[in-house]
Design a protein around this ligand. Sequence first.
Ligand code: S3P
Length: 163
Amino acid sequence: RGLRRELSNLVLIGMPGSGKTTLGRACAGALGREFVDADALIVQRAGRPIPEIFAQQGEAGFRQLESECLASLALRTGLVIATGGGAVLRRENVAALRANGTLIRLLRPLGELPVEGRPLSQGSPLEKLAKEREPFYATACDHAVENQGSIETVRDRILEAWN
Ligand code: S3P
């Protein structure tokens, strides 16, 4: 990437429950960086929780909000960013995130993905979702890292891939 390493955003992508938020925090702690959870930013801007956004504005409305939040985050540098599981569905989101960052995909066995409080995972079987999403994650990521082992182990694996 063109950006110097110390400025480049570390962006985590992957299925809901793959560990993006937990590991994003851990990476940010290790790097002494600011951590931003894109979903939290969406909730903050919308002033209501994600299930409510889905219920009131549908997935399309949520995706629009998500794109706006990701676009503004992607303008910043030196961040660790955890994205929502559907962030890579729009090409414009991927392009924006790539401009200032490196995208790292977290891989976690399907059976270990939690599903509570996540509208899409609940609405459709996880396996089907994973299949549909596979090409998006595979195309968007610069590196893929297995989320297996302790948080510290996986964190170090991510930082190694990112470096
Ligand atoms: C979604 C994943 C969620 C959240 C929203 C939609 C998805 O984020 O953005 O419910 O489409 O996969 P997590 O991946 O953090 O659960």
